[in-house]
Design a protein around this ligand. Structure first.
Ligand code: PLP
Length: 251
């Protein structure tokens, strides 16, 4: 049997800054094998997204179905899903595979401002949350506010914790709300069942892209290797911190 695989749904960023190339790098680094289904093709450089087109739902479904049937898939990571129909297709594909741990990194817009979901905010919220009842979800501040319909983003660790608990109350299995964009020192908050944990570390200055893709994929790799969620989060944070340190050195 081949190495444990992570099946990834996400956008192709040909520059490798974000999307499925970044996902694959992180998954490989942690010792699992990436299987990547492109949900969208983007025109993109390291500077940012210029435009994108969705891949047909039929192609996404056929590709994922083939991989699920023939490869040793042990975990799933969902990044950019492009539109609600792809979320429905993924839910259908995964319904006979409730054994698979799922990590969802909701992708709503690029840091350059380009929207990365075709549809309204409400449709994006419904699409990502429809996949999350068995999943760990990893929103940043903006995404957490969007998923919860908050008019303001969380502004401190207390707000992050409230958002993480609120996502669990909405039926998400576990939520890791990322505070990298907080003013001051960053903190990520993990809520799971009734338990909440804060992960703190000194800020690494720099502007590397694709950190969210790498973090969620690295967590999925840990889960594919049958590590517990908390241990997978710790290892994934360490991987992203190394990536940020290397990126800062190249500036
Ligand atoms: N392109 C793809 C395919 C992505 O998945 C993402 C974010 O997850 C982006 C672009 C945006 O990356 P950034 O927020 O670093 O601009």
């Amino acid at each position: 049997m081949s190495a444990p695989c992570v099946l990834v749904f996400g956008g192709l960023d040909p520059s490798g800054s974000a999307g499925i190339l970044a996902d694959a790098e992180a998954i490989h680094a942690l010792g699992a094998r990436p299987l990547c289904v492109a949900t969208a093709l983007t025109v993109q450089t390291t500077r940012g997204v210029k435009r994108w087109e969705a891949v047909s739902v039929a192609l996404v479904t056929e590709s994922a179905h083939a991989l699920l049937s023939e490869e040793n898939v042990r975990a799933v990571k969902v990044g950019m899903i492009a539109d609600g129909k792809v979320a429905e297709a993924i839910a259908k594909l995964l319904s006979p595979r409730r054994d698979l741990p799922v990590v969802i990194d909701p992708v709503l817009q690029a840091s350059s401002g380009t929207l990365l979901f075709k549809g309204t905010l409400q449709q994006a919220r419904d699409a990502y949350l429809s996949l999350a009842s068995h999943a760990l979800i990893t929103p940043n501040l903006l995404e957490a506010a969007a998923l919860l319909g908050l008019s303001r983003q969380p502004e401190d660790a207390v707000g992050l914790e409230q958002a993480a608990r609120a996502l669990v109350a909405k039926g998400v299995r576990a939520a890791l709300v990322k505070g990298g964009h907080l003013a001051g020192e960053p903190v990520d908050v993990l809520a799971m069942g009734g338990v909440v944990e804060h992960f703190e570390a000194a800020r690494i200055r720099g502007a590397a892209r694709g950190t969210g893709c790498r973090l969620s994929s690295a967590i999925a790799a840990g889960l594919a290797l049958e590590r517990p969620i908390r241990e997978s989060v710790v290892a994934a944070r360490a991987l992203v911190r190394d990536y940020l340190t290397q990126a800062a050195a190249w500036r």
